[in-house]
Design a protein around this ligand. Structure first.
Ligand code: PEP
Ligand code: MG
Length: 813
């Protein structure tokens, strides 16, 4: 309810408005018309209601219509009032008014609203009035004050409309915030030839370029600009047609921008030569514009660097780094799926990695379309521009590799069925053959038929400036997950402060290496196994050398082999001989994810880990000799649950390093990926120099939820039906998995006060999870190279949100 004192204030201020304007609310001669608009603290475009033209009634409209040049304008305003009021205040379905309007237009053979004359509009008003009576049992109120208070109540009430609630949920706007309601004098841009209406921005909302920018229409109403009935002209024309109003607009908009210290989106009307500002709000803008404007405003001393950081959403930064679809492009969407890795790419379809490699060798852009991908598809993923999978989620192999490589990926693509045999895929009833052209929109989760024009991207000087401020503000450092020198140099270019996870399994694939790895697995005895490992070592050493050189001066955390060995053998049907067949059967496990992998592999097959450590040591020594700079290597043991595991593998690592006389490995640590490791953190911390949370596995094991199966199946259902609000593989389950992490940090630090702690699961690139890691006091987060800038900004914002600690402190460097 609107309190009586507010009603009294409304009356008082309407009288003030009458005095100021020389018009009378409800007066027949010089009527004052009012609008009632919402005014929430955070703009929710189109979500709340507005009522215009209040103050018109049968008497006022006829007196206005007596001036024949204004008759149409007056009657049209009246019918709009009944329609808006009927809908917003009386709750009559808007479609019923539209139906009457369309009916009348059909009867009169009128193409558009503008073709209806004054008499037609009188007729329409009568029909609207009967509808109003029929629906509400009362006449459309003739008393202007009744109209006004009805509108005020309704606009307040629209705070709780279903769409406003949904919008608030989507953007996390608190329901308790409430809204203001603005009562304003109506002005008319459709009064005459010296009238106009328009929208302008204090800076270009798509590029951020300084200077007024916008559109306007002569002799028109605001709605006409929005509805696109007539094509508006650029403000440049206004400068010529209305020089005075333009100069005043420019001054006023500049003033508004300085006052609000943000880019403004301003609605204005010129009524017979006089400029009126109807509303101003912070402008919605593209990522490019957001960065440019924020950096410029710091330079103009309008805002502080902290505020600039607060103006850019981390996810917007990601948009700047990937080529994206031109949003104006007209596209033929075949299917949608999970937006697993952002960006967009067009290319020809390939159904297997070999074909992808062959096609890309022929200089074709390739889109790899697979049921799912596994580590041995890596060459196909490298060759492809974009990836589409039928199964798997955003922590699936395809998705994390795609993000690591900065390639767009749509996972769990709806209705995608691949016929390996016929080499075709069907998607929404369309059959695709190898070589057909598709576009992957990894930002929007869409698979599009044919090629689409893309817009390029990159880190420019402005973004670099902004991210420099972010680094000066953040308490948590950002590293990258990178396995190859290419990934590493991308990570470095994007500002990573080291490598937090180098997964070494990729070093076991490739046409030269895989046969040797298989020999090692199939060897009859230890000697045969060692022989194969000896041949594998130089390959890995070379990889590590490149990685160390690329990351010179920064830490490189290398994880020893993690996946189960069967992943290096072909499927049973493709076994080449009886021996291989037998070995495949021997290595088979019902739940390989919970089987012989991670450190268990290192304990069962110590010679594999020993070979890896030796390769790291020799690479470090070689690089030190060659460049004079010792690498800052760190060795990490995966999937540890027990102190004894770490004891043994740390022992093996130290022994091997000593044998190689290597001093460059500055730390030996463990991944924390199992609930036991969290609750027994002290036991591990006494034997570790660092912890790195592997939250992909930790989520999987804490929730008992397979990361490769769940997202395609019931997790989707859980998210849709609201059992879960977030995908726990994308955003940390703070109460569950996060609680285990908290215990691990506490227990770990209590046992070892020099323990360094980071995170290298996919969550390390998710802003909300980064904020949580900041609150836990982690030293670093590590994420895919292309997420690094997002994470840098998110880390800074986490520090700012907490206030005090870590606030902007220029390094001067
Ligand atoms: C993890 O489990 O979070 C992790 C980083 O390791 P991987 O994804 O390779 O299992
Ligand atoms: Mg893991």
């Amino acid at each position: 309810e609107v309190p009586a004192e507010v009603v009294a204030q409304i009356d008082e201020h309407v009288r003030g408005l009458e005095a100021k304007s020389g018009l009378v609310f409800g007066g027949a001669a010089r009527p004052l018309l009012l609008s009632v608009r919402s005014g929430a603290a955070i703009s929710m475009p189109g979500m709340m209601d507005t009522v215009l033209d209040l103050g018109l009634n049968d008497g006022v409209v006829e007196s206005l219509a007596a001036d024949r040049s204004r008759a149409r304008f007056a009657l049209d305003s009246y019918r709009r009032l009944i329609q808006m009021y009927g809908n917003v205040v009386a709750g009559i379905d808007a479609a019923r008014f539209e139906h009457l309007l369309e009916g009348l237009k059909a009867e009169r053979g009128a193409g558009t609203d503008v073709d209806l004359g004054a008499d037609d509009l009188r007729d329409l008003i009568a029909r609207y009035r009967s509808l109003y009576l029929e629906e509400t049992g009362a006449d459309f109120p003739q008393d202007p004050r009744t109209q006004l208070l009805g509108a005020v109540r309704a606009v307040f009430a629209s705070w709780n409309s279903p769409r406003a609630r949904t919008y608030r949920r989507t953007y996390a706007i608190p329901d308790e915030l409430g809204t203001a309601v603005n009562v304003m004098r109506m002005v008319f841009g459709n009064m005459d030839e010296r009238s106009a209406t328009g929208v302008c921005f204090s800076r270009d909302p798509s590029t951020g370029a300084p200077g007024l920018c916008g559109e306007y229409l002569v002799d028109a109403q605001g709605e006409d600009v929005v509805a696109g009935i007539r094509r508006p002209s650029s403000l440049v024309g206004m400068q010529a047609d209305f020089p005075e109003a333009y100069a005043q607009l420019e001054r006023t908009v500049g003033l508004l921008e300085r006052h609000y210290r943000d880019v403004q989106d301003v609605e204005f009307t010129i009524e017979s030569g006089h400029l009126f500002i109807l509303q101003t709000r912070s402008a919605k803008r593209t990522a490019v514009a957001a960065v440019r404007a924020a950096v410029a405003m710091v330079e103009e001393r309008l805002i502080a660097p902290e505020e600039a950081l607060g103006r850019i959403e981390p996810e917007q930064v990601e948009q700047l780094l990937h080529p994206t679809l031109d949003p104006r492009a007209d596209v033929d969407v075949l299917s949608t799926g999970l937006a697993a890795s952002p960006g967009a790419a067009s290319g020809r379809v390939a159904f297997d990695p070999e074909t992808a490699v062959r096609m890309s060798a022929d200089a074709e852009d390739v889109i790899l379309v697979r049921s799912e991908t596994s580590p041995d598809d890596i060459h196909g993923l490298v060759a492809a521009r974009g990836i589409v999978t039928a199964h798997g989620g955003i922590a699936s192999h395809a998705a994390l590799v795609a993000r690591g490589m900065g390639k767009p990926c749509v996972a769990s693509c709806e209705g995608l069925v691949i016929d390996e045999h016929a080499r075709t895929a069907t998607l929404a009833g369309v059959t695709l053959a190898e070589g057909d052209v598709l576009t992957v929109d990894g930002t929007g989760g869409r698979v599009i038929r044919g090629a689409v024009e893309l817009r390029p991207a990159g880190i420019d000087a402005r973004l670099a400036t902004l991210l420099g401020w972010a680094d000066d503000t953040a308490a948590v450092a950002v590293r990258a997950n990178a396995d190859t020198p290419e990934d590493a140099s991308t990570a470095r270019r994007l500002g990573a402060r080291g490598i937090g996870l180098c997964r070494t399994e990729h070093m076991f694939f490739g046409e030269e290496r895989l046969p040797v790895v298989q020999e090692m697995i199939l060897a009859a005895d230890a000697a045969g196994r060692q022989d194969a490992l000896d041949r594998l070592l130089p390959f890995q050493q070379e990889d590590f050398e490149q990685l160390f050189e690329t990351m010179a001066g920064l830490p490189v955390t290398i994880r020893l082999l993690d996946p189960p060995l069967h992943e290096f053998l072909p499927p049973l049907e493709q076994a080449t001989d009886a021996r291989m067949r037998a070995r495949i059967l021997e290595l088979r496990e019902a739940n390989p994810m919970l089987g012989t992998r991670g450190c268990r592999l290192g304990i069962e097959w110590p010679e594999i880990y020993e070979m890896q450590v030796r390769a790291i040591a020799r690479a470090a020594n070689a690089v030190t000799g060659r460049t004079g700079v010792a690498p800052e290597a760190e060795i990490m043991i995966p999937l540890v649950a027990f102190g004894e595991e770490l004891d043994r593998l740390r022992g093996l690592t130290e022994r091997t390093l000593a044998e190689e006389d290597c001093q460059a490995v500055r730390a030996i640590g463990t991944m924390i990926e199992l609930p036991r490791a969290c609750v027994r953190a002290g036991e591990l911390a006494r034997r570790a120099d660092f912890f790195s949370f592997g939250t992909n596995d930790l989520t999987q094991t804490a929730l008992g939820l397979s990361r490769d199966d769940a997202e395609g199946a019931f997790l989707t259902e859980y998210l849709e039906s609201g059992v879960l609000a977030h995908d726990p593989f994308a955003t940390l389950d703070q109460e569950g998995v996060g609680e285990l992490m908290r215990q691990a940090v506490e227990g770990g630090r209590a046992a070892n006060d020099r323990l360094e702690i980071g995170i290298c699961g996919e969550h390390g690139g998710d802003p909300e999870s980064i904020a949580f890691c900041h609150r836990l006091g982690l030293d670093y987060v590590s994420c895919s190279p292309y997420r690094v800038p997002v994470a840098r900004l998110a880390a800074a914002r986490a520090a700012l949100a907490e206030g005090g600690a870590g606030a902007y402190a220029p390094s001067g460097g």
